[in-house]
Design a protein around this ligand. Structure first.
Ligand code: FEO
Ligand code: CA
Ligand code: CA
Ligand code: CA
Length: 594
């Protein structure tokens, strides 16, 4: 059957026109926000007041552009209490703030809308919708005065020392946190992604150039508020090296110090997902979301100990870092201007993990260990890793151990640059790689195939759906986040469909096993201009959650494109007027709809 035995029964919806400003769910389902941008988290937080937001009010409220999401039950509450974690990747100032607000207030309020949030939830019981609890004891905002500890072999390195922090071990803040993962020990990992856009860099070094740190006049202007974001000043020297890491947060301990793990390397981390190998070592997979960048994995030195959270929280501080090399197994036939088709009819082959670090030492000729970890992209370049089509979320199927890599798109790849693992020129729709480690998850060898080559099969001959008849599936484009339900179906959320298939971004279920392998069914679509982030599929509880990011982002303060999720009357925003609010939403069958 569809969805290979999932309890979550639904009839897939059709694609939704890219102008629709609604959340679209299957027949019989409802949706409702859990928490919205601006909702007050603490007893003394200011109420959301869109015309009068301040850095101080925003610091006590849920941030903007929620991306990674998880909802973890608080043990012993019989499903009635949970803790929600969300990232706030970036801000859309033009639709958030009135034009009368001063440039400095805009910048400082936008900074406070970045970072992370932890919020407690409550409900009547399993299968029921949640509400957030204002003033709950686990509620926390992570802002630019929050201190992070750098861990691992590069912590304390000269490359991480700044004027304000000569120890090279303490960073203030996190930014552009995109996807993430929840560890088996109950902490959250969050990827610092396009951190480069926040730094002023007038005279980039080769290393800075490789990370896109090249803007002498960044439009966000944070360097005008804090001199550490100006890398041309003594205060800014090396500050850029302190972003681009995987952050680990313990949402159950509101006084804990969050950490940035240097052992996992520095790049534009989409996120990180951890699995436990048979050997007990933990393995973390991470994509570097840039055209022609790489797929990485980290294998811990220590072993997982069930129930020992304190020990398990040390596992990401020591271990070996690898980068992926893919090889096709069949001569590729060049398709004129379009890319390649494999002569054996399948996009597949083998690969290996190139070792960048070993036992705290560099494996890269000419680079020291701290250089490999701080300038990981340059290390991977030297070692000849495979250039991928923007690897975003990477996640392990908990039932099969297979690894799924969302390559979202790469419109810059030429036909001559196409290979079997990235087979399309001008790859605007993206694809999904299915990777099987050889033996243990910590292995250095793997085999792979492309599960999906995305697109609209009606107009795109290269679209491929795991062998499933292409005329019987929903078009899908720009896969970004991946997730699994309890029976091992893959769920994919998208980022960019309005620009490629003229449909709102959406969430899909893909059957992986059995005769319906490759069947793509659409579960929901987000409103106009929005991206579907952070999907959480709790099929056993009948609940699906997404973070609706940047709704109406192409509008302006005066002419908003979206009124999601409150749908207040249109018109100039005011205390009563409508504007879009990025929100976490819940979808479920039942009467208590929005
Ligand atoms: Fe922030 Fe790679 O998406
Ligand atoms: Ca092949
Ligand atoms: Ca993403
Ligand atoms: Ca994306």
């Amino acid at each position: 059957a569809s969805g290979a035995g999932s309890k979550l029964k639904f009839t897939g919806i059709d694609g939704v026109e890219a102008t629709v400003d609604n959340v679209t769910v299957p027949k019989g389902y409802n949706w409702k926000p859990v928490i919205r941008w601006g909702d007050p988290l603490f007893a003394d937080s200011a109420e959301f007041d869109p015309e009068n937001q301040t850095p101080e009010s925003q610091a006590g409220q849920f941030g903007y552009n929620n991306d990674y999401l998880d909802i973890l039950e608080i043990p012993g509450t019989n499903g009635k209490r949970a803790v929600l974690f969300s990232n706030h990747e970036y801000t859309n100032e033009a639709i958030m703030f009135p034009p009368t607000m001063s440039a400095s207030d805009v910048r400082r309020t936008a900074m406070a809308a970045h970072g992370l949030s932890v919020v407690e939830l409550r409900r009547k019981g399993k299968g029921q919708p949640w509400e957030y609890v204002r003033g709950a004891k686990l509620n926390r905002r992570f802002l630019f005065d929050t201190e992070y500890e750098l861990t691992g072999p590069a912590a304390g390195s000269k490359l991480l020392q700044t004027k304000a922090d000569p120890t090279g071990r303490k960073v203030l803040g996190t930014q552009n946190n995109c996807a993430g993962g929840t560890t088996p020990w109950g902490t959250i990992l969050s990827g610092e992604e396009n951190f480069n856009q926040y730094f002023k860099v007038a005279n980039p070094t080769a290393e800075q150039r490789r990370y896109g740190l090249t803007d002498p006049n960044p439009s966000r202007g944070w360097h005008l508020e804090e001199t550490r974001f100006d890398t041309d000043l003594p205060e800014g020297k090396n500050e850029d090296n302190r972003f681009g890491w995987i952050v680990e947060v313990d949402p159950f301990d509101p006084t804990s110090t969050p950490r940035k793990h240097t052992a996992l390397g520095r790049f534009k981390h989409e996120g990180a997902n951890v699995t436990i190998a048979k050997s007990g070592h933990v393995v973390s997979y991470s994509g570097d979301d840039e055209r022609f960048d790489y797929l990485y994995k980290f294998v811990s030195k220590g072993k997982y100990v069930e129930g020992d959270k304190k020990h398990n929280m040390t596992l990401l501080t020591e271990g070996d870092l690898f980068v992926a090399s893919f090889t096709g197994n069949s001569p590729a036939n060049q398709i004129d201007g379009a890319g390649v088709l494999p002569s054996d009819g399948a996009f597949d082959g083998v690969g290996h993990w190139i070792q960048l670090t070993k036992d705290g030492n560099s494996m890269v000729p000419g680079m020291e260990i701290d250089q490999v970890l701080v300038y990981t992209r340059l290390a991977a370049d030297k070692m000849g890793a495979t250039k991928m089509d923007r690897p975003e979320d990477v996640e392990v199927n908990p039932l099969t151990g297979k690894v799924y890599v969302a390559c979202t798109n790469n419109t810059k790849r030429t036909a001559a640059q196409a290979d079997e693992a990235n087979p399309r020129a001008n790859n605007k729709h993206g694809h999904i790689v299915e990777l099987s480690e050889t033996g243990d998850q910590a292995s250095t060898e793997f085999s792979w195939n492309l599960l999906l080559v995305a697109g609209d099969p009606a107009v795109d001959e290269s679209a491929y759906f795991g062998g499933y008849p292409a005329d019987k599936v929903q078009p899908i484009s720009c896969p970004d986040n991946v997730a699994f339900d309890s029976v091992g179906n893959l769920w994919i959320s998208t980022d960019g469909q309005p620009g490629t298939i003229q449909r709102n971004d959406a969430l899909y279920r893909v059957t992986l096993e059995g005769p319906e392998r490759g069947k793509v069914e659409q579960f929901m679509a987000v409103p106009v201009d929005a991206e579907t982030c952070g999907p959480v599929i709790d099929d056993q509880d009948g609940m699906v959650y997404v973070a609706v990011q940047h709704p109406g982002e192409d509008g302006s303060w005066e002419k908003q494109n979206s009124l999601f999720p409150d749908y207040l009357p249109a018109g100039t925003p005011s205390g009563k007027g409508g504007l879009p609010r990025p929100s976490v939403i819940q979808m479920y069958k039942g009467k208590t709809g929005f």
